[in-house]
Ligand binder design. Structure first.
Ligand SMILES: *[C@@H]1O[C@H](CO)[C@@H](O)[C@H](O)[C@H]1NC(C)=O
Length: 186
């Protein structure tokens, strides 16, 4: 019985070695990496994120939630955003992309959002590429870290993390300017 398994294993290994040898793409996949990818290649992106859910032309809006959500936590509230990303802190500085997605009040004891968004890049050299973020954003912390779970274009196979720091915030309106540092392997 055990002998049979060993023979099968040897046969299978030999077969995959043969088929792999003729298809370099397969071999690269077996090693968990695409051909030519440099495991040490890391890209750092730095930009400012502008979230405004009130005012004349909001870039984020509350689309669902309980009638009387607790203001301390916003638990249960769902916001959709299409927030501008800029090179410098000023909203009028060069645009680098948009943050498109949702944030949902998901913590009953403190303000903590489940944030799911695509960073849609629109300036060179990453125009047309995107990164996907899925993580916990707890805006009262000095630094919030969220995983980068994937990407498209220049960022295919992306893995990494984003660090968000509040640059400025309007307490009255909740409008926020957030500095982002994104570190990504791809
Ligand atoms: C980004 O790409 C789009 C589509 O190809 C193009 O229309 C646009 O001018 C590009 N923007 C920049 C800043 O290169």
């Amino acid at each position: 019985m055990a002998k049979g398994v060993v023979v099968l294993l040897v046969l299978f290994t030999a077969l995959s070695a043969v088929s792999g040898a003729h298809r370099p793409g397969n071999r690269a996949l077996a090693h968990g990496r695409r051909p030519g990818a440099d495991p040490a290649a890391q890209t750092h992106l730095h930009f400012y994120f502008h979230d405004s859910s009130r005012g004349a032309s909001p870039s984020a809006m509350r689309v669902a939630g309980p009638a009387n959500e607790p203001l301390q936590t916003l638990f249960g509230a769902v916001y959709v955003m299409d927030d501008p990303l800029t090179e410098k802190p000023e909203l009028g500085s060069a645009a680098v992309g948009r943050a498109q997605g949702v944030y949902i009040g998901a913590d009953q004891t403190a303000m903590g959002f489940l944030q799911i968004m695509n960073l849609v890049l629109t300036s060179a050299p990453y125009n047309g590429s995107s990164l996907t973020v899925l993580g916990r954003n707890f805006p009262l912390a000095k630094v919030r870290e969220m995983p980068i779970v994937g990407g498209t274009g220049a960022f295919r196979f992306a893995r990494g993390y984003a660090q968000a720091r509040t640059y400025s915030m309007n307490i009255k309106t909740g409008d926020a300017n957030v500095e982002y540092d994104v570190y990504v392997m791809h």
